[in-house]
Ligand binder design. Structure first.
Ligand code: PHE
Ligand code: FE
Length: 289
């Protein structure tokens, strides 16, 4: 998912990281590809198959295009170096292997350098549908295809640069909400209808259906200041989704200096995850059921 305070940074010396060391400064390691078992590859194939069955007609074209152009394997956990050749050529991004969630400032630094940290290990078969921390399926399948898109690629780098500043201004929670409601759980309006682009949805079998078809959640127009003051839930499906018109809209809306906005928003009260306010552009009001 990226970083942020809602997740406890796991003890990186335990679990699958046993006997693997990472770089002290940037938390990267060489993807230990030989460590994937036959079961890991079978799990990857199953997850890939389920999502590639569900996503056409639900996810935005840019995602499917990126997935195809990256050449992400449907059969086995991809080799990061292999993907990096195509990713670097397309947008100058690359992915680096990490042991799991990493400190905020390290995460931001990577993004600012067009480097996306990808957790190297894969979930166990008994956790197919839910796990508390991001694994390689979420990080790679969910996040990396859109990094093939030049505008989204620039947005994520700008986000990384903005991260350090937000931290120094004590505004990390506001910036984290922007990440949550765009990079993780964003929807986009297209000529063919509403589509998914958020990685947290794309990698989830259940939410990729729920976010578009269920009557419970709100679907609201993207509004930067509004999103920055909206709580989010990490323990259930989202209660509100925010809809952008285009990646260019997202990039342009977030280009100005956030410092004045942070100062202004510090006075405002936060909104509940399911709240609707008078100024909202309401695509669809959830029935909350
Ligand atoms: N414009 C933001 C700032 O000045 C940086 C940023 C860009 C943050 C894009 C998020 C996304 O802090
Ligand atoms: Fe993520």
């Amino acid at each position: 998912m990226g970083a942020f305070t809602d997740f406890v940074v796991p003890d990186i010396t335990t679990r699958k990281n046993l006997n693997l060391s990472h770089d002290e400064a940037d938390f990267t390691l060489v993807q230990p590809w030989q460590r994937y078992s036959a079961q890991d590859h079978a799990t990857w194939a199953l997850l890939y198959q389920r999502q590639s069955h569900l996503l056409p007609g639900r996810v935005c074209d840019e995602f499917l295009q990126g997935l195809a152009q990256l050449g992400v394997s449907a059969e086995q956990v991809p080799d990061f170096d292999d993907l990096n050749q195509r990713l670097r050529m397309a947008t100058g991004w690359q992915i680096v292997a990490v042991p799991g969630l990493i400190p905020d400032e390290v995460f931001f630094q990577h993004l600012a350098q067009r480097c996306f940290p990808v957790t190297w290990w894969l979930r166990e078969p008994q956790q197919l549908d839910y796990l508390q921390e991001p694994d390689v399926f979420h990080d790679l399948f969910g996040h990396v295809p859109l990094l093939m898109n030049p505008v989204f690629a620039d947005y994520l780098q700008a986000y990384g640069r903005g991260g350090m500043k937000a931290k120094s201004l004590g505004a990390l929670p506001m910036l984290a909400r922007l990440y949550w409601y765009t990079v993780e759980f964003g929807l986009i309006q297209t000529a063919q209808g509403l589509r998914i682009y958020g990685a947290g949805i794309v990698s989830s079998r259940t939410e990729s259906v729920y976010c578009l078809q269920n009557s419970r959640p709100n679907r609201l127009g993207f509004n930067l200041a509004r999103i920055m003051r909206t709580h989010y839930r990490i323990d259930t499906f989202q209660q509100s989704y925010f809809v952008i018109d285009s990646f260019q809209q997202l990039f342009d809306a977030t280009a100005p200096d956030f410092a004045p906005l942070y100062a202004q928003l510090a006075q405002d009260t936060l909104l509940a995850a399911d709240e609707i306010i008078a100024t909202d552009c309401v695509w669809q009001q959830g029935d909350g059921g």
